[in-house]
Design a binder for this molecule. Structure first.
Ligand code: UDX
Length: 430
């Protein structure tokens, strides 16, 4: 089967390569010639474990090719996935301009029956909009269908999530379309849910909103755990074994970030507002998340006093490990706040870079975790990179100005760190 994937960003590239891996012939289309050139050379323009290997494996075979030629790509493929970005507008609404562009391109270059499948995270009702945009751009009234098939990929684990998904959701009102899309995934061992396009679109937002809620819920309980002398990690384990609750997304910390949770929760809140429904709980989820890094900074202040002129080391910039993505990362919020309070900040991350606008005489990027913590009055772990577990903490303790360790991801063993001689505080864990 020939498949076209429009958009070679994170979702598009993963989708294209996974379809190639399971045996289909895939074309990746993008308007950005630089991205396409990179992909043709076997290089990814973002970091994702395992994906470059898959790219190199299939490049040069009939399974995958990349192009910027919209006309040719659309004409040669009857099945077209839309995987373009849907960034947030200032009011939280999803910006659909790239989805619209893709739909119009398909309409304009249509040369026969097309099945258009939207994978981008889009507001409820977008399937109908895509249908209208495509129809209006058609020059000849060829038949076409538009379905919804949301992605649930996590950054850093995209390959695993795409090859072994928990479920596949197909939003269509046509049995024939459901069968055709189901065939694309026939080698995958997971439930396939066929539902209406609106339900499929909504399910994606509901999943992310629920996961964000779990995180803010445990983060709130972590604050109380600190007061009560309770270990929130054990609480999470204890409640997680109840299979009505489940063990994942109960890791307390300095808050969630990334390109999905903040954006999708904002879009869902916006959708609710436009439909005169107030999602009170979800508003609080956002509120808790936006303040969680401040809670950690308060702990730092309680230990070392006013932060002005103090040297603070931050370990980790990425919003989570195994990615170089710093979008909405709590570490970035933390740096901004520390800068406002006139602290000196030394940052280290194994792959994420400090954005130039944050770099100044007060904010520096270190060459290693050890070097970053040298002379610091306090160190704060912002991302749970496994490499931080391998640090020689005995040596670090002696090299710091004061051995104050704040673990924003509850990564280290509190007892061990205290035995070494650190003042150690996690979140709901110490
Ligand atoms: C998420 C969804 O998991 C995925 O299904 C969707 O398609 C896109 O959004 P992603 O943003 O890649 O994926 O990251 P995820 O692993 O879900 O983590 C999101 C954030 O939550 C990170 O900042 C992480 O540190 C934080 N988190 C996660 C916690 O603070 N505690 C947890 O227990 C789990």
């Amino acid at each position: 089967m020939n498949i076209l994937v429009i958009g070679t960003g994170y979702v598009g590239t993963t989708t294209a390569l996974v379809f190639a891996e399971i045996g289909w012939n895939v074309t990746g289309l993008d308007v950005d010639p630089q991205k396409i050139e990179h992909l043709r050379q076997g290089k990814l323009h973002f970091y994702e474990p395992g994906l470059e290997g898959l790219l190199k494996k299939h490049l040069g075979t009939k399974r995958i090719r990349f192009t910027t030629d919209k006309k040719e790509a659309i004409e040669n493929n009857a099945i077209i996935f839309i995987c373009v970005g849907t960034p947030s507008l200032p009011d939280g609404r999803a910006d659909l301009r790239y989805v619209k562009q893709a739909a119009e391109d398909i309409g304009r270059h249509m040369n026969g029956d097309k099945l258009i499948i939207n994978k981008s995270t889009v507001p409820v009702g977008t399937q109908e909009l895509v249908t209208g945009w495509t129809r209006d751009a058609r020059t000849v009234p060829y038949p076409f269908e538009v379905a919804s098939n949301p992605e649930f990929l996590r950054e850093g684990k995209a390959l695993m999530d795409a090859l072994q998904p928990d479920r596949i959701i197909i939003g269509t009102n046509s049995d024939n379309v459901a069968k055709r899309i189901g065939k694309l995934y026939e080698s995958m061992q997971c439930p396939i849910i066929v539902t209406t396009p609106r339900t499929a679109e909504f399910t994606k937002y509901a999943a992310n909103a629920f996961l964000a809620t779990k995180i803010s819920f445990i983060n709130e309980l972590a604050r109380l755990s600190d007061r009560l002398g309770v270990n929130v990690k054990e609480v999470a384990y204890g409640i997680g074994l109840d299979n009505r609750i489940g063990p994942s997304f109960l890791q307390a910390g300095i808050g969630y970030g990334g390109s999905c949770f903040p954006k999708d929760v904002a879009a869902l809140l916006n959708m609710a507002e436009h439909n005169d429904v107030e999602l009170k709980l979800l508003k609080k989820v956002v509120h808790v998340n936006q303040r969680q890094h401040l809670y950690m900074l308060q702990k730092v202040r309680e230990q070392i006093g006013n932060l002005a002129g103090k040297r603070i080391a931050l370990l980790g910039l990425a919003f989570k490990p195994d990615t170089d993505d710093i979008r909405e990362a709590p570490a970035i919020r933390m740096i901004q706040k520390l800068r406002n309070e006139k602290a000196y900040v030394q940052v280290y991350d194994p792959i994420a870079a400090l954005p130039p606008e944050l770099m100044d005489e007060r904010v520096k990027f270190g060459s290693s975790p050890e070097e970053t913590m040298k002379g610091a009055d306090a160190a704060i772990i912002c991302t749970e990179w496994p490499m931080f577990l391998k640090i020689d903490w005995v040596q670090v303790k002696d090299s710091m100005n004061a051995p104050n360790l704040f673990d924003g991801r509850n990564l280290l063993d509190a007892g061990q760190m205290k035995d070494i001689g650190f003042y150690y505080q996690g979140i709901g864990y110490s």
